[in-house]
Design a protein around this ligand. Structure first.
Ligand SMILES: Nc1ncnc2c1ncn2[C@@H]1O[C@H](COP(=O)(O)OP(=O)(O)OP(=O)(O)O)[C@@H](O)[C@H]1O
Ligand SMILES: [Mg+2]
Length: 413
């Protein structure tokens, strides 16, 4: 029992301290046209540590509200000039954080209800008892504190919700980006696997076939020496041409998986491109193709095998020209960023359907009657050798663009 009593006393003391702290930081405005009421009320609250301002009419009251921003206004409803109702609405519209307690005479309860609806926090009937007045003001202050805190929390909650939403959006975007990246990497893995299984087997076979093929070539040459009949010589020459054709296909096939003897030197990519375009000039002319060059940079020499760099671009140029037999534009753009050189080879040919874009780097994928489908496989193998990248975009009926990116400081693997 004694313990409980002590606890109650302690709690009361604590409460008083809290009340004092609230009072010291609290500004109160007393609005009353009767001086006695005004001074008395002000004194009661000053004694309790409140900062108190007083006003005898509505317009002074509104000036003080704006200047001092009191927490609570004790507002006499019946005043000459502007009535309490319009002061109340004025305060509530412009300063919703200021709480208003209306002081009104007995018999005007109906007015009080209207005022409460208009935003008053409480009403006190005159004449009032001092302790009653203080208690009501403190109650309103507490309600105000809780309501303002609540409003802050709601705002904070809304802010956090918005933040979470934006995180979610960013997260979704990043997941999507990563998924795309993963898809690309998976496609590359599939491509590499295809090249290494199919490519290795075929390249191995190609190697084996070239030996007997060489023998056929030699025997044909021997036979040619002993034959006089021009028709038979013609047949033997046809066999020779076909043997050479098979040999070139086999060599290409072997190029897909492993590099032949190579010779690293400092090469100029734009110079290689220029001399290739010269070589292609007769075919370009034949098909009425316009060549556009746009070298936006003068890139440094890179350490590479010139023959391999030639292979990349001769295959790309050949493919573009083969797609523009009725004329068009072949354009070459050269750019670079801090560590890569980018060469775009674009044509205005037939384009590649979206569903076929995945397949064009596959060995043996061709849409041409006389194609081997090995050109782009060789290109891909070489670009990768130099730790570079190749990308393609295409639109059916509009054209195709390949972008080859090579490191400026080529690290050859
Ligand atoms: N610039 C391009 N425009 C449209 N299609 C293209 C282009 N480049 C490549 N292709 C498509 O990709 C396929 C594969 O090209 P790739 O160079 O590997 O083989 P190919 O040209 O068919 O034969 P090869 O190069 O051995 O003569 C082509 O058959 C064609 O369908
Ligand atoms: Mg080709």
């Amino acid at each position: 029992m004694i313990g409980a009593f002590l606890m109650t006393k302690q709690a009361t003391r604590k409460q008083n301290v809290a009340r004092d702290v609230t009072a010291r930081n609290t500004t109160l405005l007393v609005v009353d046209d009767e001086k006695v009421n005004r001074d008395l009320t002000a004194q009661i609250f000053r004694n309790r540590g409140f900062r108190v301002f007083t006003a005898s009419n509505a317009s002074d009251a509104l000036v003080l509200v704006e200047q001092e921003h009191p927490e609570v206004v004790l507002l006499d409803y019946m005043m000459p000039g502007k009535d309490g109702f319009s002061v109340l609405t004025d305060i509530k519209i412009n300063f919703p954080d200021i709480y208003v307690i209306i002081l009104t005479g007995r018999g005007s309860e109906q007015i009080a209800v209207t005022l409460m609806k208009a935003g008053a926090s409480d009403y006190i009937l005159k004449p009032f008892l001092n302790p009653d007045l203080v208690e009501r003001v403190e109650k309103v202050l507490k309600v105000r504190e809780v309501e303002l805190r609540n409003r802050e929390l709601v705002l904070e909650r809304d802010r956090l919700l918005r933040e979470i939403e934006s995180w979610n959006r960013t997260l979704e975007m990043r997941v999507q980006e990563k998924t795309e990246e993963l898809k690309k990497i998976q496609a590359e893995i599939v491509q590499t696997e295809k090249m290494s299984t199919l490519g290795y087997i075929s390249a191995g076979m190609a190697h084996e076939i070239r030996n007997p093929l060489n023998s056929i070539g030699l025997y044909v040459q021997l036979l040619k020496g002993g034959v006089d009949d021009s028709e038979q010589v013609d047949f033997l020459e046809k066999i020779e041409t076909e043997v050479r054709r098979i040999d070139s296909i086999l060599r290409k096939l072997m190029d897909v998986v492993k590099r032949p003897r190579y010779h690293l030197q400092h090469v100029s990519v734009p110079e290689i491109i220029d001399s290739l375009l010269d070589l292609f000039q007769p075919r370009v002319k034949l098909h009425g193709i316009k060549v556009k060059r746009d070298y936006r940079v003068d890139p440094p020499l890179i350490l590479a095998d010139a023959a391999e760099i030639e292979q990349i671009f001769s295959n790309l140029f050949a493919n573009s020209i083969e797609e523009m037999t009725e004329g068009g534009v072949l354009s070459v753009v050269l750019e670079q960023d801090h560590d890569m050189m980018h060469v775009q080879v674009a044509d205005t040919g037939k384009g590649i359907p979206k569903e076929d874009l995945q397949k064009i780097f596959d060995p043996f994928y061709t849409t041409k009657n006389s194609g081997t489908g090995l050109g782009l496989s060789v290109v891909l193998r070489i670009v990768r050798t130099y730790n570079g990248k190749i990308e393609v975009t295409s639109e059916v009926g509009k054209g195709t663009k390949f972008t080859v990116s090579l490191p400026l400081l080529a690290v050859v693997s």
